[in-house]
Design a protein. Structure first.
Length: 319
């Protein structure tokens, strides 16, 4: 089991590294990040043996379809030294983490890569590490994200944080997790749309990525990444307390249309075997998010037991 789990890390990293070369875009790396999330979610949470086995089996099936099938891993003599590999990825994050780009995906990719490489006590050739770093750097000067309610990309770029936002001071991961859970619980209705349930899900993963960086010893990156994260939350709040109908909302999205429909509610939670008995392959594992969203939510939940309404809203993120 442990050997197979390590392959999730190795193939996940290889998939992230080869993403741009294989597809020419930023998004195939989702599958690699999802596989790594599956490994750590099983490791860091008390799942039943059947549930843990189901998570691992689904992640392996996803990699068989979307992963980079590596015939061998780099030998110790071929690998870039751990400290140098981490330094290169951290440097790429230093250049991009201070702005909101694509709802934080450069931070998500970077943090989960660093966590996996640290777990493996080193991974990857100089070329593979450089590919991950360049993927992160390629986010520079990209848009904040493509789908928004009651705001536009231009308005978000110009958006400033101020005291009227009533954001708490965030100095460590526990405070960030508590804040994220409160924001999740504040939504009256969660809608099935990239602009809503998916964006709320990325609030979980973006914030979790910042916490991972702190826990790995990159506190300066954590602090530098808080303001753009809060900017995303500020924009997301514009869709929190209203009905998302054509009369009440404006929409900027290439994939969503008004009126939005309420998201489906998941009867089971991801730590329960029943959740994994649903066919996740038919929806392409939501691009890896069926692993990433639970991994991040349960991380935040460890810092403070969520109120019932927070657990309830989480069900609408993961159905």
């Amino acid at each position: 089991m442990a050997h197979l789990d390590r392959r999730l890390l190795e193939e996940g990293l290889a998939t992230i590294a080869s993403s741009r070369e294989r597809t020419g875009d930023l998004w195939h790396a989702h599958y690699g990040a999802g596989a790594i999330a599956a490994y750590f979610w099983v490791r860091e949470n008390r799942l039943t043996a059947l549930a843990a086995g189901s998570v691992t089996a689904e992640a392996k099936a996803m990699l068989r379809q979307h992963g980079t099938h590596i015939s061998h891993t780099a030998s110790p003599s071929e690998r870039m030294p751990l400290e140098e590999a981490e330094a290169r990825i951290a440097d790429a994050l230093e250049h991009t983490i201070g702005e909101l780009y694509w709802v934080g995906h450069q931070v998500i990719y970077g943090a989960i890569s660093l966590k996996a490489i640290r777990e493996l006590e080193g991974w990857g050739t100089v070329e593979e590490i450089e590919q991950i770093a360049q993927l992160i750097e390629s986010f520079e000067r990209t848009i904040p994200g493509r789908s928004w309610v009651n705001t536009t990309v231009k308005e978000i770029r110009l958006m400033q944080l101020d005291e009227n936002d009533n954001f708490p001071e965030i100095l460590h991961p526990i405070q960030l997790s508590q804040f994220i859970l409160e924001e999740l619980g504040a939504f009256r209705t969660i809608y099935q749309a990239e602009v809503h349930h998916d964006l709320i899900g990325h609030m979980l993963t973006y914030g979790h990525a910042l916490n991972m960086l702190y826990e790995l010893g990159y506190q300066a990156l954590f602090y530098k990444g808080i303001p753009p994260f809060l900017k995303m939350v500020k924009a997301l709040r514009l869709s929190r307390d209203i009905d998302l109908t054509p009369e009440a909302a404006t929409l900027q999205s290439p994939v969503d249309m008004l009126p939005l429909e309420q998201a489906e509610r998941s009867r089971a939670l991801p730590h329960e075997l029943e959740y994994w008995l649903t066919d996740r392959r038919c929806r392409d594992w939501y691009g890896g998010h069926i692993f990433k969203f639970p991994f991040s939510f349960y991380h935040h939940a460890k810092h403070e037991e969520p109120m019932p309404e927070i657990w309830e809203n989480f069900r609408y993120i993961i159905a």
